[in-house]
Design a protein around this ligand. Structure first.
Ligand code: COA
Length: 169
């Protein structure tokens, strides 16, 4: 199968934060952001694999900054590595200042999607070829994150997680 680039899967969703999407102190609910990220990441995974995709795991989410009511929130999702049927999708979340128009990074997250057939069984996907330095970094680290996720899901024996173990040696 011919490889694809991260750029080919790039998906950008920009939307406002409305009152029904905020907590009692006027900031965006975490669950609302998780749902927006799941949508953007799902589209990116679909663009890479050109198959039906399902969320297999939310590997990492960092809610670093509060996102106030009325903010314009942009979720940018790109496939960072493809394995046999699964893909890691990396997301950067930005908010923009109304007056200056400057964007600042609010959050980031990493989800794993699996391409499936009509019966929900995993199917092979094209490999990903990283291009930029950042894409190469994320591609390398994706293997460790996959091992951590599989160990936590009890789908991999910790002793087989060689790249992950190497981090602690
Ligand atoms: C995700 C799913 C398709 C995996 O199916 P499975 O029968 O466990 O298949 P396998 O064990 O062969 O795994 C298939 C791939 O998923 C990956 N995978 C499975 N669980 C994973 C996890 N927790 N983290 C990371 N990758 C995972 C495997 O590593 C494998 O990847 P590879 O083919 O690239 O090597 C299946 O568990 C599923 O359908 N889950 C429900 C998905 C869903 O409904 N999501 C929305 C929730 S509301």
């Amino acid at each position: 199968m011919e490889s694809r680039t991260s750029l080919e899967s790039r998906t950008i969703i920009t939307d406002l934060v409305l009152p029904s999407e905020t907590n009692p102190i006027g900031n965006m609910f975490g669950g609302e952001l998780l749902a927006r990220m799941d949508r953007a990441a799902g589209i990116a995974a679909r663009r890479h694999s050109r198959r039906v995709v399902v969320t297999a795991s939310v590997n990492h989410v960092a809610f670093n900054k509060m996102i106030p009511l009325g903010s314009v929130v942009t979720v940018e999702a790109k496939v960072s590595r493809a394995f046999k049927s699964s893909m890691e999708v990396f997301m950067d979340v930005w908010i923009e200042d109304r007056e200056s128009g400057m964007r600042s990074k609010a959050n980031e997250a990493i989800y794993t999607f699996v391409a499936v057939d009509e019966m929900g069984s995993p199917v092979p996907i094209p490999p990903l070829k990283p291009e930029t330095e950042l894409e190469k970094e994320r591609y390398e680290a994706a293997l460790r994150r996959r091992q951590l996720s599989l160990v936590l899901a009890k789908k991999m024996d910790p002793k087989d997680a060689t790249e992950l173990k190497a981090l602690f040696q």
